[in-house]
Design a protein around this ligand. Structure first.
Ligand code: PBG
Length: 332
């Protein structure tokens, strides 16, 4: 005799539907997009992230329209800034003529119902390739904050619904919250990159933006003095407590897959939603294996995204958002 037989609840699709614990829909996904202003370029493919490209504003508007039709309503946009517009203090990040800010205006004008998230960090605009200001061979924390503040307010003015500080400077969430409120942007949210690790999985992203740290003797070669050590978990809880106290509206874990335990832990201590960034390298790994015929994309892709949600992510940023939405629609 066997009293307990878990297989009884798996006998057919109907009962499996009854007992399914985790649900993921396109409404939970954010699609990251790369913006270019290179003259004459509509689409410039990113070799290490097949199927993804830097897009002109027109191409991005079309991409957003197509995504919205699939049920994806949230987007995070990153600018590919030409070197000629970069300097040590990221001046272009709050220049009123900035193509990124103009694009945000155009996107929100055309799609007022979408949720548009920005990137707050110096690296797209910084000739040194770091998220903060480089001085005396170091990344200067407190001197970076006013730059992030100007950048953030300019983004709110341009119409972004939510700022995404990805820089990992200490105190930046509070600094941004106060800067936004002082400027009257009390409704603009903050999605904090709370636990962002110094990860090897950002490669395709840095290639897309040409934003890797400059290789120079006087410049730190990596981001380890501000991004977290992949070996640490309790430190993520400390970062979460700070971001909650500083007024973050959502907390993010990044990357997602190698950090599912961090997602789970932050979910337990946070009363705001948890986001997870399924980063470029993680997507590239899956795409590579599937393109080689080693894995079945139609099964591996939804399983991957569902595992991130099962770990506790309310929101998932993923380059695979459109593929998931198509897969989801085909099953309805
Ligand atoms: C930098 C930033 C990075 C990503 C988002 N913002 C890379 C980095 O820290 O160098 C990576 C996202 C991805 O790999 O998809 N502010």
């Amino acid at each position: 005799m066997m009293l307990s037989r878990p297989r009884r609840n798996r006998r057919n699709a109907a009962v499996r539907g009854l007992v399914q614990e985790t649900h993921l829909t396109p409404a939970h996904l954010v699609l990251p997009l790369f913006l270019t202003a290179e003259p004459g370029v509509q689409r410039s493919e990113i070799a290490s992230l097949p199927g993804h490209a830097r897009l002109s504003l027109d191409a991005m508007l079309a991409e957003i329209e197509e995504s919205m039709a699939l049920g994806i309503r949230s987007f995070v946009v990153f600018p590919a800034v030409p070197d000629t517009l970069k300097d040590k203090v990221a001046t272009y990040s709050y220049d009123p003529a900035n193509f990124y800010l103009r694009a945000a205006r155009a996107i929100k004008q055309r799609f007022p119902e979408c949720w548009l998230i920005s990137d707050v960090a110096m690296d797209p605009y910084n000739i040194d390739g770091h998220d903060g200001l480089v001085g005396q061979g170091r990344i200067l924390n407190d001197e970076t904050l006013p730059i992030l503040g100007r950048m953030g307010v300019a983004q709110a003015e341009a119409g972004f619904d939510m700022l995404g500080p990805s820089d990992m400077m200490d105190g930046r969430v509070e600094y941004l919250r106060e800067a936004l409120d002082d400027a009257g942007f009390t409704e603009t949210g903050i999605l904090s990159y709370t636990a962002k690790y110094a990860s090897a999985f950002y490669g395709p992203f840095r290639a897309a933006l040409d934003s890797a740290p400059r290789t120079d003797a006087d410049i730190p070669a990596d981001k380890k003095t501000y991004q977290m050590d992949p070996a640490n978990a309790r430190e993520a809880i400390r970062e979460a407590a700070l971001d909650l106290a500083e007024g973050a509206d959502m907390l993010m874990v990044k990357p997602a897959l190698n950090y599912l335990d961090i997602i789970y832990r932050l979910k337990e201590v946070s009363d705001v939603p948890i986001a997870a960034y399924h980063v470029s390298g993680e997507c590239a790994m899956l795409l590579a294996a599937c393109r080689n015929g080693w894995l079945d994309y139609e099964r591996a892709m939804p399983e991957t995204l569902t595992s991130i949600r099962r770990a506790g992510a309310d929101v998932i940023l993923t380059y695979l958002a459109k593929d998931f939405a198509r897969w989801y629609a085909a099953r309805q």
